[in-house]
Design a protein around this ligand. Structure first.
Ligand code: ADP
Ligand code: MG
Length: 258
């Protein structure tokens, strides 16, 4: 079967004040159907820019070369409109801080049900029913009431559950999760990881999971990629990574684990 995602020699540069700053320098990776691939690396190494490059959410002053294939499609050659359609229902993303992707001015329910109406052609009532059902599935209590509440009325853990419900609502084939549990308490982290596993198992979703936490990698991933200064310095199965880490950064990370 063809890979879900294949990135070849990705270079991402920002144009600033007439200069070009290259922050991703030749990244190649793949995610197979149903596979969860972890991306680890210290702060600033380019994890988020890699994920935002795939989603093409970096704005106008960015230059990307190389290839990002999602199934049969080359994402780098799609129009903005085509890319929007892919983001809407085939590739979803969860960010570290859900407040950046939830609109503070709109009720929770509307933010899930409107895309559902658009992408799946559901009626208003059908979309509401499905949204309440989704909120229940991600463990949101009182889903009927939460439907009309605003993001600031929810705790961080609840907002992240809403983000997962939103990301999974259109059954994406690929989920890109950028430090989805970093901002949460340890107990909530564990619940969110369990939830991601549940939806992954139910929907067969491929996941690119960005984290700096090797505990999360051990728990969730099949394979892992280690990034350092905009490049991939190590790629291993989770077993290999823990038994025989090659890169000094990886060894340091392992040493700092409890
Ligand atoms: P992380 O691995 O912590 O997610 P990032 O991918 O956010 O790191 O950042 C990688 C590098 O790219 C950093 O040096 C960061 O300062 C730089 N960078 C990120 N976004 C931009 C931007 N919009 N313009 C210029 N530089 C950026
Ligand atoms: Mg980041």
């Amino acid at each position: 079967m063809a890979a879900m995602l294949t990135i070849k020699d990705l270079r991402t540069s920002f144009k600033q004040a007439g200069k070009k700053l290259t922050v991703i320098e030749g990244v190649s990776l793949s995610v197979e159907p149903g596979e969860t691939v972890g991306v680890v690396g210290e702060s600033g190494c380019g994890k988020s820019v890699t994920s935002m490059s795939i989603m093409q959410l970096l704005g106008r002053n960015v230059e990307m070369t190389g290839s990002i294939r999602f199934q049969e499609q080359e994402l780098l050659s799609l129009s903005d409109k085509q890319m929007q359609a892919i983001r809407g229902n085939q590739v979803a993303m969860i960010f570290q801080e859900p407040m950046t992707s939830l609109n503070p001015l709109h009720p929770i329910g509307k933010q899930i049900s409107e895309p559902l109406r658009r992408h799946l052609g559901l009626s208003k009532q059908e979309a509401k029913d499905k949204t309440v059902q989704l909120l229940g599935q991600v463990g949101i209590p009182r889903a009927e009431e939460i439907f009309s509440e605003y993001p600031h009325q929810l705790s961080g853990g609840m907002r992240q559950r809403v983000m997962i419900a939103m990301a999974m609502s259109c059954s994406p084939k690929l989920l890109i999760a950028d430090e989805p549990t970093t901002a949460l308490d340890v107990t909530i982290q564990a619940q969110i990881l369990e939830l991601m596993k549940k939806v992954r198992n139910e929907q067969g979703t491929s996941i690119l999971l960005i984290t700096h936490d090797l505990g999360v990698v051990a728990e969730m991933c099949h394979r892992v990629i280690v990034m350092y200064a905009g490049q991939i310095v190590e790629e291993a199965t989770v077993g290999q990574l823990f038994d025989d880490p090659k890169h000094p950064y990886t060894r340091g990370l392992l040493k700092s684990m409890p």
